[in-house]
Every structure is written in C-alpha cells, then in structure tokens.
Design a protein around this ligand. Structure first.
Ligand SMILES: [Zn+2]
Length: 305
C-alpha cells in the first residue's frame, strides 16, 4: 500500500514536470505586460535587430552594427538614437529583474535608426588632457584653512595623470608646476592632440560656508560625449564620500574652447571647513584622483560608440 502511494506520487510529480506545471514560466509576467502596451527591453532589442549591450540603474544601451540606442529609464528620461534625442522613455516598469518600456517606442526608434550611424565614429587619439586650474600669479580661491586652490588642483591633477599613465592612457598635463597658463592655451593643448577628453580640475568657494560637495561642469551646448564623461566621473566621485552636486552647465572658457569632450571638476568647497580639511589631506587627494581616473577610464572604455 505504502509502495503504491509512493509510486503514485512519483508518477504525478513526473507528469507535472513534463507538462511544465511545477514552475511558472519565467516569461509569464513578460507576456502579460506585453499585452498591456509594454515590452521588455530584450523583446524590443529583438524586434529592432539589436542586442542589449549594457543595463545600469539609469539606462539601457542597445546596439547593432550601425546603431546605438540609449534609453534613460528614470522619470522623464530620454531615448537617444545615435546620440540624438528622439522622445521621452515614458512609463518604465521593473518586474522580476526585467525592464519594461512602452511598445510604441519600437516604431519611433526604428524610424530614427539608419543604415549608417548619423554620428561619425571618431577614432580615439588615446590622449587625455588633465588641466590643473589656476597656477603661478593666479592662486584661485583661498581656503578657510589658509591654503590656495592652485596647490590642491595641481596635487590632484598630478595624481590623476600618473594613475592614467600607469593604466596606459597618454595623459598630458597643461601645467605640471606652479606656473601661470592662459585659459586659451589650456584648451589649445587639448585641441592640438585631439584629446579624447579634457578634464579641468578646480576647487570651489562661496560666501555660504555651509555649502559643500563636488560639482562637474559641462558647457551649455555640451556634446553627448561630454555629458557621458561628466556622469561617469560624478558616479565615481560620489563613492569617495564627498557630497555630490551632480552635473551642472556653465560656459567656462576652457569648456567652450575645447573642440572634443570637456568637463570641469570642482572638487569641493574651500569655504567649507569639512571640504577644505579633506582637500588639504594628501591621502584624500589620492582617493579623489583614483575616483576621477576611474571615471575617465569608464568613459574612455565606451568612446568608440
Ligand atoms: Zn578655480
């Protein structure tokens, strides 16, 4: 009797396994959502003849041989086809590790895709210019602890250049000592070597001594590449423990006059006692430099989109 019962249980469980009754199909929720005007990014990629190249907390990149599609998946995020914004992403749902977006995006993206990319693929020069702000007769801001901005800028810039050099990047400094260099010449250094990225390093100051944190600036008409470089550095610097003020736009002359991608980093506020203390500390300068170098490397890894 007992043996028969065991046999029946075994028979029923193997039947369930054959018919697939034991586990819900992984695609079950996907099919349900697709019916409701949404589609998973994997389905979207398949319909567009693309592959999902990268998924982060804020975006998904789809690629094929001739097109790159970026969907920024936060509220109000845009969809870019070959670096051109085409529309907003709309409602994004995350279910069981899958990202779902409106199905209507497929036709909009398809219409914007081309047989050939609309942006020319720039061949990387392999050169990055690191610009230590101020210098010589121009000290920059003076910190509430008494030291000058130009010294912090140079210390961090030298560490960044050295880290990049060690990882095989040709890092050129606009100044490697306490010398004065015109703003135009700083941008010209980047333009002469057709730099893959120009990074100007500064430290902030303002009348309100409680203001603190780092900021990355791009010009008002910044290229897509400049914005991507800024977001890579923001992401990396945020891990140092400094308050992130994110990416801001300002037409600093070095940003406007550099032809290639360009960002300006304000490391923190010299007018804030906590930031000033950190920026004066050589080991914290090294942490900042590592974070900046990592952000630059992340950006360079994706330069040939
Ligand atoms: Zn400055």
């Amino acid at each position: 009797m007992r043996t028969r019962f065991v046999l029946i249980v075994l028979l029923l469980s193997s039947l369930a396994a054959i018919t697939g009754c034991q586990q819900p199909k992984p695609g079950g929720s996907e099919a349900l959502i697709s019916g409701g005007g949404q589609i998973s990014v994997q389905e979207m990629a398949a319909l567009l003849g693309m592959r999902v190249d990268e998924t982060t907390a804020i975006h998904v990149t789809l690629k094929n041989a001739t097109n790159t599609v970026m969907l920024f998946t936060f509220a109000g995020g845009k969809v870019y086809v070959n670096a051109k914004p085409i529309c907003e992403v709309g409602t994004v749902n995350r279910i069981a590790g899958q990202i779902y977006v409106p199905k209507s995006l497929v036709s909009q993206i398809r219409a914007a895709m081309s047989a050939r990319p609309s942006v020319s693929i720039r061949k990387p020069s392999g050169c990055v210019v690191i610009d230590a702000g101020h210098g010589g007769k121009d000290p920059g801001a003076t910190s509430c602890l008494g030291f000058q901005e130009k010294t912090v800028n140079l210390a961090v810039a030298q560490k960044v250049a050295s880290l990049l050099g060690r990882s095989g990047v040709k890092a050129i400094m606009t100044r490697s000592s306490d010398t004065f260099i015109e703003l135009e010449e700083r941008a010209a250094v980047a333009n002469r070597c057709d730099a893959d990225l120009f990074v100007s390093i500064h430290a902030d100051s303002c009348p309100n001594s409680s203001t603190r944190g780092f900021t990355i600036y791009v010009s008002r008409s910044a290229s897509w590449s400049s914005r991507r470089a800024a977001s890579a550095i923001v992401k990396s610097l945020a891990k140092t423990g400094l308050t992130s003020r994110g990416t801001q736009k300002a037409d600093y002359r070095v940003l406007v006059q550099t032809r290639g991608p360009a960002v300006l980093i304000e490391l923190g506020y010299l007018s804030n006692i906590s930031d000033a203390g950190l920026l004066r500390d050589s080991s914290f300068q090294s942490r900042l430099a590592q974070a900046i170098a990592r952000g630059i490397s992340d950006f360079l890894g994706r330069i040939a989109l």
